[in-house]
Design a protein around this ligand. Structure first.
Ligand code: CTP
Length: 446
């Protein structure tokens, strides 16, 4: 196995690797060349968690999607006929994009490019940044071969944002938003050359030509970033925020709100997979200082989908309702707090962590996130089965597990035995050198 295939296996989740394996098999079956590329390769090589799997196919992705729908029970969630790309979701919450290898021929800068089928090398050279222009072959004859025509690996090591070609930002100014998003996410500054290209694009006014069709989805992507406060600060400093809404300038840029969001997120342990990055929260904070009229204009301009707008606009009222439930004097036991919160929406829980002035509500949420969810997650069916003597397949098992978990959650934590140092002096303690940093003598008892 090549080093990169090994790296892939150890870096992806089991479900993601299963999809990669199925794609390799489909490549062999159909005799079509397939590569893993883009953000997936950047994240594997850079040591970041992989969000989506980006596959590039030297051919049409439709056949592939069909094969994988059958083999892995994947479902197509979106497709772009013009770009010949298909987005799919697989069990285990794996998302993947299958795109035809292509070059995009730009006429007028900033205009919609003409899409032409191409080889993987041509495709990579026309991408936005070098760190996104790396691909790994999944084909039988060259499996594990790394293709890196713009030297992205070196930029990953140097920790720098570098455009893949000189006109990358000029051809598609939407890449400016991507550039700042990645720069903040990975803490990669712009290379000197890229800084110069960016200054030229800004001077030409080209950056003002990002279409609303792109601005909307980009805004929603910002919601998923780990440091929205810094991203917003830069976009404000760079005078890019008014593209989303002319009202987003000066004191109306809610940096303090974004910082509060980041602080609230620190209470959420990574392992519990709690969804706290919803666009609703981000949009609520982003527009908190705008007037109702300005908010309506932003929704219209960005053509944000109705479901997202609704969850953002109902967030405050729904969170208040949840707060009322969590204040209930009936919620005396941990198992009842767990029940009240386990189906609660993540954005509402984080909203309360940020805004509730009720100490009890804050404590209950923190206990839920930091203690109760962990206890439930570490309880295996085998443990429940052994304690209840009911087999996991039995129809009574679900109820028995519920009761077992409630008991476990409500059990008082066992007290550790007090150290009995006071009683020891009557026994002669042999003098031994103390290990560094021990700071405590524990006498052996016979
Ligand atoms: N890409 C590009 N120019 C754009 C958008 C995308 O060159 N305007 C290329 C990049 O190489 C990118 C790939 O298409 O890596 C896939 O795009 P996308 O899935 O949007 O981004 P990711 O890089 O996967 O980033 P994220 O982690 O945000 O999903």
């Amino acid at each position: 196995m090549s080093d990169y295939m090994f790296m892939l296996e150890s870096h992806l989740t089991a479900s993601q690797f299963q999809v990669v394996n199925a794609v390799q098999a489909a490549a062999a079956d159909t005799n079509v060349s397939v590569f893993l590329s883009g953000g997936a390769m950047r994240d594997v090589l850079g040591g970041y968690p992989v969000r989506d799997l980006d596959f590039v196919i030297e051919g049409l992705p439709k056949t592939f999607a069909k094969l994988l729908e059958k083999k892995l029970h994947g479902e197509v969630v979106a497709s772009d006929e013009r770009k010949k790309s298909i987005a799919m979701r697989f069990p285990g919450n794996v998302t993947a994009e299958f795109a035809m290898a292509k070059v995009e021929k730009y006429g007028r800068a900033g205009s919609k490019p003409q899409i032409i089928p191409a080889t993987i090398h041509e495709d990579l050279r026309g991408r936005d940044f070098t760190i996104n222009a790396i691909a790994l072959s999944l084909n039988k004859a060259s499996r594990g071969l790394l293709l890196d025509p713009t030297n992205g690996l070196a930029d990953l090591e140097r920790r720098e944002m570098q455009t893949a070609y000189s006109y990358a930002l000029y051809d598609d100014p939407a890449r400016i938003l991507r550039m700042w998003r990645f720069s903040v996410r990975m803490n990669f500054p712009l290379s000197e050359r890229t800084r110069g290209q960016y200054a030229n694009v800004k001077e030409s006014g080209q950056h003002l030509k990002i279409s609303n069709e792109i601005l909307g989805p980009e805004l929603l992507r910002m919601a998923g970033e780990g440091n929205p406060a810094e991203l917003l600060r830069i976009l404000d400093e760079e005078k890019i925020l008014p593209l989303f809404s002319p009202a987003l300038t000066g004191a109306k840029v809610n940096l303090a709100g974004m910082q509060k969001l980041m602080k609230a997120r620190t209470h959420i342990p990574f392992e519990i997979g709690f969804e706290a990055n919803q666009p609703s929260l981000f949009l609520y904070l982003l527009t908190q200082k705008l007037t109702p009229k300005e908010k309506t204009a932003l929704i219209k301009n960005m053509s944000i989908d109705k479901a997202t707008v609704n969850s953002w606009q109902q967030l405050e009222a729904k969170s208040k309702k949840l707060e009322k439930e969590l204040k209930s004097p009936l919620l005396k036991k941990p198992s009842l707090i767990y029940k009240a919160l386990r189906h609660a929406a993540g954005d509402q829980v984080v909203f309360l962590l940020m805004n509730s002035s009720e100490r009890q509500v804050q404590e209950r949420i923190k206990n839920y996130l930091q203690k109760f969810v962990g206890i439930v997650q570490e309880t295996t069916d085998a443990e429940v089965s052994e304690a209840t003597k009911i087999a996991p397949e039995a129809s009574k098992f679900a109820k028995a597990k519920e009761e077992y978990l409630a008991k476990k959650l409500d059990a008082k934590p066992k007290k550790l035995p007090e150290p009995e140092l006071e009683a020891v002096p009557t026994i002669p303690v042999p003098q031994q050198p103390m290990g560094r940093g021990t700071g405590r003598v524990v006498a052996a008892r016979s």
